[in-house]
Design a protein around this ligand. Structure first.
Ligand code: ADP
Ligand code: MG
Ligand code: MG
Length: 251
């Protein structure tokens, strides 16, 4: 599904390397987790994959189902099936949440050569999906994320993901700032989307989300590289001993 080879990324504005040779293969239908200390480059990886400005790819490649995404516009990446749930969801004053979702869904369908959903069809789907994430009608009517609590913003990211039905879902610290109940809701939302044809990259600083979203593979990222890969037990090792032991071991 996703194949990243030797990815080197720096900043456009400054002479600073952030990703220093990331290699990562996420198989179709699998859930991979990336853990790592603050500042190791986890968000940068997710931003570069989704096409955020300000970064410069200096070497390497990233292919989604065999197609290099790094030269595509963000909306082309989305149309190709890539989705990023932000660590810090953006507020969009003046744009209703429902309007935003419907525009995104229909743009996606158009890019895939599918018919647009009618207003009635869209309402039916969005209401059902919002309900399962405990997002009420009021939150659907308000401007995107404006005045939403931290937990509501993260749930809204999962609603976007559920509506767009991407193939490759990247979740950047979707658990940060959530209480246990909100985290469970988010995890249930993700688990409901798990499918043989869909892959996930779950970025998290802490292990607790992975109690609820069981990963197939766990990677540790440090200083711009994946330094260790293992099974779910690797996340428990981090939980018990922190990152220091693993970093000392790979140093
Ligand atoms: P993580 O998500 O693992 O905490 P980030 O990808 O956010 O790490 O950041 C990796 C490193 O790159 C940090 O040292 C961060 O300060 C730096 N960095 C990322 N983006 C920028 C930017 N736009 N300007 C300056 N430094 C940045
Ligand atoms: Mg981050
Ligand atoms: Mg650019």
């Amino acid at each position: 599904m996703l194949e990243i080879k030797n990815l080197h990324v720096g900043l456009e504005e400054e002479d600073k390397q952030i990703l220093k040779g990331v290699n990562l293969t996420v198989e179709t239908g699998k859930v991979h987790a990336i853990m790592g200390p603050n500042g190791s480059g986890k968000s940068t990886l997710s931003y570069v994959l989704s096409g955020k400005d300000g970064y410069e790819v200096t070497d390497g490649s990233a292919e989604l189902q065999g197609v290099d995404v790094l030269d595509m516009e963000p909306e082309e990446r989305a149309a190709a099936g890539l989705f990023l749930a932000f660590q810090y969801p953006v507020e969009i004053p003046g744009v209703g949440n429902m309007t935003f979702l419907r525009t995104a869904v229909n743009a996606q369908r158009k890019a895939r050569g599918e018919e647009e959903l009618s207003a009635a069809e869209f309402l039916k789907v969005v209401r059902a999906k919002a309900k399962s994430l405990k997002i009420d009608a009021d939150m659907l009517k308000r401007p995107v994320n404006v005045g939403f609590s931290g937990g509501e913003k993260k749930r809204n990211e999962i609603l976007q993901m559920a509506m767009l039905e991407p193939k490759m879902c990247i979740l950047d610290e979707t658990d940060s700032g959530l209480d246990v109940d909100a985290m469970k809701l988010v995890a249930e939302g993700v688990n409901a989307l798990r499918d043989a044809g869909r892959s996930f990259l779950v970025i998290t600083h802490y292990q607790r989300l992975l109690d609820h979203i069981k990963p197939d593979v766990v990677h540790i990222m440090a200083d711009g590289k994946i330094v260790k890969t293992g099974g779910p037990e690797l996340a428990l090792e981090v939980e018990n001993n922190g990152y220091a032991d693993i970093l000392a071991e790979v140093a």
